[in-house]
Design a protein around this ligand. Structure first.
Ligand SMILES: O=C(O)CCC(=O)C(=O)O
Length: 312
């Protein structure tokens, strides 16, 4: 039973692979995030010797600013995330993408094909792909070539992407049901009839299955693309952004945030009560409810929701 998703959202998530939430961020949340982006951009430029018009992306963005960290358990987004993927989750990645307008002499390649000068110049994710399907992940071992459902991301739009060619995210609705190999066979040329360029205002959010084929269009506008993705996957998979988050950050977090940051309740061995002869990872077998406080939270939310829906 869903906590927050409407029937239409459930249908869209299942069939298209994504749900669009216009004006999701409140003006003060958006202003805080934009100021965080500027602050972090200054630090990245200094650390990496970048010029103001150089694009960059950072991972584990949550560790770089409290405004980014606060997105992981955003009180209006978390219920939707749990409806989409369940409560047994943690963060795989949080990334910030900062992409100033293309230099005038840089020619954009055909959208999603990844063979243009922009791809060669190092602009990231300009070719169509599903996440987690590279050769050394599910591309190799999967027998029927299908990607299991492993992950959702929330895409937060911080700058104006309402016009075409502003560094928009493109999605191919329903492609999460296809086999990633097909995309390679198509030479990454997705039929325009099977693709949508999301044209979204600042403050919009998109909850999406990352198995959905996606790419980033060129930024031919005069505005810098500023966006974040917050990715959630199952606790029994390994995150990409960290082995363990900073212990001080974990200790200062609420139980639910600690779970999302990949932490366990502080006492006991991470491989259970009998680590020598019967080790059993607490990421796999849940013996202490404190390791997954999101479960009780989800159950409580669901029963409150069903009480609310009961006819009087
Ligand atoms: O920057 C984006 O919006 C897309 C990022 C992306 O394609 C990815 O991380 O796989």
């Amino acid at each position: 039973m869903s906590i927050a998703m409407t029937e239409q959202q459930e249908k869209d998530f299942e069939e298209k692979g994504f749900i669009i939430l216009e004006d999701f961020l409140k003006p003060d949340e958006l202003a805080r995030l934009l100021s965080a982006v500027d602050e972090v951009a200054d630090k990245v430029r200094e650390a990496e010797g970048l010029e103001p018009n150089d694009p960059f992306a950072i991972r584990n963005a949550l560790a770089h600013h409290e405004a980014f960290l606060d997105l992981v358990d955003h009180p209006r987004m978390l219920p939707l995330v749990v409806d989409a993927i369940g409560w047994n989750i943690q963060i795989r990645t949080t990334h910030l993408d900062y992409r100033p307008p293309y230099p005038e002499d840089l020619e954009a390649g055909e959208v999603g094909v990844g063979k243009g000068a922009d791809q060669k110049a190092g602009y990231r994710n300009v070719s169509w792909h599903p996440d987690l399907a590279s050769d050394y992940l599910f591309g190799a071992p999967s027998l029927d070539g299908r990607l299991p459902f492993m992950e959702v991301k929330v895409f937060y739009v911080l700058s104006d992407l309402s016009e075409s060619n502003s560094g928009n995210l493109w999605l191919s609705p329903g492609s999460h049901k296809l086999i990633p190999e097909e995309l390679k066979e198509m030479d990454r040329k997705v039929d325009p009839a099977d693709a949508v360029e999301l044209k979204l205002r600042p403050g919009a959010a998109v909850l999406w299955r990352t198995a959905t084929w996606h790419c980033v269009g060129p930024n031919l506008s005069d505005k810098t693309r500023k966006i974040m993705h917050v990715g959630y996957h199952y606790r029994w998979l390994r995150p990409t952004d960290y082995i363990q988050q900073d212990p001080e950050l974990l200790a200062a977090s609420s139980p639910i945030r600690r779970q999302l940051l990949g932490g366990l309740a502080p006492d006991g061995s991470p491989v259970g009560d009998s680590p020598d002869f019967h080790p059993s990872s607490r990421y796999w077998i849940i013996r202490h409810s404190e390791d997954v406080p999101l479960k009780a939270w989800a159950e409580e939310q669901a029963s409150a929701e069903s009480r609310f829906k009961e006819p009087v």
